[in-house]
Write a protein that binds this ligand. Structure first.
Ligand SMILES: NC(=O)c1ccc[n+]([C@@H]2O[C@H](COP(=O)([O-])OP(=O)(O)OC[C@H]3O[C@@H](n4cnc5c(N)ncnc54)[C@H](OP(=O)(O)O)[C@@H]3O)[C@@H](O)[C@H]2O)c1
Length: 182
């Protein structure tokens, strides 16, 4: 059965980006074998992706400045926004707005037998959490303290999670999986 999983990188103090939206402190660990392995294992199980408008725009700008192609192949990508955002060559994009719970069925269907990756950011992940559509949090933590920035979730209603497991990876990162308690 399809699950909705928020797979995300964070600092020790729980930020997914600094207060300017910068994630270079996180990307500095991308070369580590453990990070690549974590991502590849997770991505192999992904059938569809969901982005908040800010994260989608951040990615589009980064791809343009790095001269890189769309990295997610032909997997369906859902972008929540109230704005007209640019499309991206090679991406199977659907722009939507409104209650995430009302879109959950269509999104899950688009993933086929695989899972849905809630890419983030914090605002969108908070909505999936509040509406209890979120099933799992996969938290990849890098050994950096930012002090301030964008939290993992911008909302959450004191939601309780249950620990699933911790995966030992090579290098500096730790990966912990949680399930939303029902
Ligand atoms: N560390 C990581 O792994 C990671 C992962 C993802 C993102 N990030 C970082 O997180 C930052 C962005 O996160 P964020 O929390 O600021 O923003 P976000 O969640 O990516 O996007 C928020 C925007 O999404 C739109 N939105 C959300 N829910 C909606 C709904 N139900 N209907 C319609 N539109 C909806 C709204 O855009 P409108 O303005 O159109 O209303 C809202 O302003 C970026 O810096 C990115 O680099 C880091």
């Amino acid at each position: 059965m399809t699950s909705f999983k928020y797979y995300v990188g964070a600092s020790i103090d729980g930020f997914i980006a600094d207060s300017t939206g910068d994630v270079s402190w996180l990307e500095a660990f991308n070369h580590e074998a453990g990070v690549r392995q974590s991502y590849e294992e997770f991505f192999a199980g992904v059938g569809a992706l969901v982005f908040g408008g800010e994260t989608y725009l951040w990615l589009v700008k980064k791809l343009a400045s790095d001269g890189e192609p769309w990295p997610y192949g032909d997997k369906p990508v859902w972008v929540f926004t109230h704005h007209e955002l640019p499309s991206t060559e090679g991406a199977d994009l659907t722009f939507v707005r409104g209650d995430v719970a009302l879109w959950a069925r269509d999104i899950a269907q688009s993933a086929g037998t695989k899972d849905v990756w809630i890419v983030g950011g914090a605002q969108l992940a908070g909505k999936f959490l509040e509406s209890a559509v979120l099933d799992e949090l996969h938290l990849v933590t890098v050994p950096v303290v930012l002090g301030d920035g964008i939290n993992l979730f911008t909302s959450g209603n004191r939601s309780r999670f249950e620990f699933i497991n911790r995966i030992d990876r090579d290098g500096q990162v730790s990966e912990v999986r949680y399930r939303l308690a029902r």
